[in-house]
Design a protein around this ligand. Structure first.
Ligand code: C5P
Length: 409
């Protein structure tokens, strides 16, 4: 795929690998991309503005206080100009700045102001990379939605060996090609997704209901992650205080029946993710008025089964989404029970929440999951932010949706 008309802004950080930015620029230009570069103060110690300008055929941007360049193109315009921003090399110090939202020079200001995808290409000594501070920053930055490539394992400029070596210009170039290829495909195919999330409420009378502990956060994050990949996403959410319609199409519902109706209305879609903790049962009768203490038959509430939405979607011959994803919450025999469930529920992926631990799962911003596919392949993600887990799930879904197109290409 040609990168014609793709606008790529490269921010060159201060590390010995900065010289590799020149190779990457050369590769991008050869593939007709439009490239602009910001050279940080420390990056300037390793490469010169002249060599960058020669290769990009554009002015090299250097300092936020450069009155001439601000008049010509300010930091906001520069951050909007790009289709994608690449920071290369991303040093440990730079990661720290980004994780606390610093805006102290042109590079950090452009990044903080950006509404585009940003690819970080870390390069540093192995101890610096593995340091808890850097690893914590990594988690924060992944949570903020930064993309990462590398670092790789290998011999470093300092002579030590380990994880910290920057990905090669070829690897970065392949990543970028794949990134734009996927973006184009998603756009051309006009992919659509629906996600269910949150609990449902099944009312006994106007004030009392059966429900559960679900916060809806994980499904909300999955919907955001799918949308970020360019998939038109609708979230169908049960009652939750954590879900906002900030930048997502949301349909709020209360009961399982309403959720099912809304799901039916949303078909056809290419992917359905059922993250909702749908109440399995509902009272057969809902009293019109509040049931009085002395009137109630306290010995029994008669219940009937709610429709199984996931089951309806996965076994829907007429409008089965290409990818159907279910969730399951387990406290024991987590993997074994889920392998049974993926077969029973006839879905393509099942995300198993381990709800046995107190520091993740229900009502938490964190989760521990295993992603299981039909062949029994398992990808386990240890405790991490629900947003990070969501972007991993979204990427796996996208790969499944595009698998045939990728094989053809
Ligand atoms: O069978 P179980 O309820 O454990 O399965 C959980 C999965 O099924 C989740 O993906 C959940 O969203 C979905 N589900 C559903 N409708 C129901 C019950 C569960 O979509 N009535």
């Amino acid at each position: 795929m040609s990168l014609k008309e793709k606008k790529i802004l490269i921010i060159i950080g201060g590390g010995i690998s900065a010289y590799k930015a020149l190779d990457l620029i050369r590769l991008l230009k050869k593939n007709y991309a439009d490239v602009k570069a910001i050279l940080t103060k420390s990056g300037k110690e390793f490469v010169t503005p002249l060599s960058i300008t020669t290769l990009t055929k554009n002015k090299t941007f250097e300092d936020i206080f450069d009155k001439n360049s601000e008049a010509e193109i300010d930091h906001i315009a520069l951050s909007r100009w790009a289709d994608l921003i690449v920071v290369l090399p991303t040093t440990a110090n730079f990661m720290t700045k980004l994780s606390i939202g610093k805006a102290e020079d042109l590079a950090t200001t452009v990044l903080l102001a950006s509404n585009r995808d940003i690819l970080l290409v870390p390069a540093m000594n192995v101890r610096m990379w593995l340091h808890k501070a850097t690893q914590n920053n990594l988690k924060i930055l992944q949570d903020y939605g930064y993309l990462f490539i590398g670092p790789e394992k290998g011999e470093m400029a300092c002579g030590e060996y380990g994880e910290g070596k920057m990905s090669s210009p070829r690897q970065i170039f392949s990543f970028l090609k794949n990134y734009f290829f996927e973006k184009n495909l998603v756009k051309n195919k006009n992919l659509k997704a629906l996600v269910t999330t949150g609990p449902t409420r099944e009312y006994l009378d106007p004030v009392r209901y059966i429900s559960n502990e679900s916060s809806g956060k994980q499904g909300y994050e999955v919907a955001l992650a799918l949308k970020k990949l360019g998939i038109k996403t609708k979230l169908i959410a049960g009652p939750s205080n954590f879900i906002s319609s900030r930048d997502l199409k949301i349909k709020k519902i209360i009961s399982a029946k309403q959720m099912m109706n809304e799901v039916k209305k949303s078909l056809p879609v290419d992917v359905a993710v059922c993250a909702a903790a749908v109440s399995d049962f509902r009272p057969i009768n809902k009293s019109k008025n509040k049931i009085k203490k002395n009137q109630a038959n306290l010995s029994s509430i008669q219940l009937e089964k709610n429709p199984d939405i996931l089951d309806y979607l996965s076994k829907n011959n007429k409008a089965r989404p290409k990818v159907v994803v279910g969730f399951s919450a387990e406290t024991e025999n987590v993997i074994q029970n889920s392998k049974i469930k993926i077969k029973e529920k006839y879905c393509d992926l099942i995300i198993v929440n381990d709800v046995s631990k107190k520091d993740s799962g229900f009502n938490s911003d964190y989760n521990r999951v295993s992603i299981i596919d039909k062949k029994g392949k398992i990808k386990s993600i240890p405790r991490n932010k629900k947003s990070f887990i969501a972007s991993t799930i979204a990427k796996i879904i996208l790969d499944k949706l595009l698998i045939n197109d990728k094989n053809i290409n």
